[in-house]
Design a protein around this ligand. Structure first.
Ligand SMILES: [Cu+2]
Length: 271
């Protein structure tokens, strides 16, 4: 089987798997978070700026090639480009790119980071706390349960099954069991590395109920591509209902003797 037929086979398979057109599938996943638009707008701005300078470079490249074509200028002019004029032009273009692209993007992302992503919800607020443990090749999730304390008998522990409510700030503390993974929620445009021996934090707020994907965004071994979980987003009432149901079920799951289930850690307060 040659590469082309293999590609076509894959293409047809994936086309059948989802009814979406190729164009539809090239679009970013639907944004279901309060802050995802910040990343999207930065991405679009970056693309526009780069496109603008790309077109400018193309105009220069092809324009000057045409302007100084052999027919009009049979005698070539050799230069080292070290004259004051040339140095000034190069410096000006360099400065323009730096100011218009780099400074602007750095400024916006720095502002978003300081004002939004690093602006942690207060521990006193009504937030949802989830501990996440990545492992080859699955995602473990842990909720503190009724007592609000992690790693105790009434914890709710799930495998590849993340459930969250809309309209509340959700704080994740993320770690890994074996190698480096990356806890990624494409529908919120956010992700964070899951590293053994370290606890990383990330917060999101969701806006749209539905079923979405959690993926691993860091090559972590043979079945990295399979390291997926579902993220079910509920209304707050449905989320509470789910928690109550789970609470009853997990009271026997978190038996004292099943030490493996106590992979959690003491919640690290932000403030
Ligand atoms: Cu992974």
């Amino acid at each position: 089987m040659n590469l082309y037929s293999l590609y076509m086979k894959f293409f047809v398979m994936s086309a059948n798997a989802s009814e979406m057109s190729l164009w539809e599938r090239m679009k970013p996943p639907v944004d279901i978070s309060t802050n995802g638009h910040l990343i999207d707008s930065l991405f679009i701005l970056t693309t526009k700026l780069i496109l603008f300078f790309f077109i400018l470079v193309c105009i220069g490249l092809f324009g000057f090639s045409w302007l100084y074509r052999h027919k009009k200028h049979p005698k070539p002019l050799y230069t080292h480009g070290t004259s004051k004029k040339h140095v000034a032009i190069v410096a000006a273009i360099g400065a323009l790119v730096f100011i218009v692209i780099d400074m602007q993007i750095t400024g916006i992302s720095n502002r978003d980071y300081m004002e939004v992503y690093n602006n942690w919800p207060k521990e006193s607020e009504d937030i949802v706390r989830v501990e996440v443990l990545g492992q080859q090749w699955a995602w473990n999730f842990r909720y503190a349960g009724k007592d609000g304390i992690f790693n105790t008998e009434d914890d709710i522990v799930t495998l590849n099954d993340l459930r969250l409510p809309i309209g509340k700030k959700i704080v994740f503390q993320v770690s890994a069991k074996d190698v480096i993974h990356s806890f990624s929620l494409p529908n919120t445009r956010q992700k964070i590395d899951a590293m053994p021996g370290r606890i990383h934090k990330m917060w999101v707020e969701l806006t749209k109920p539905g079923v979405y994907e959690v993926v691993c965004a860091q090559i972590c071994g043979t079945f990295h591509y399979r390291m997926k979980a579902t993220m079910t987003v509920y209304t707050q009432e449905d989320f509470n209902k789910w928690q109550d149901e789970m609470q009853q079920r997990t009271s026997f799951a978190m038996e004292k003797e099943s030490a493996d289930l106590y992979w959690g850690w003491k919640w690290i307060a932000n403030n």
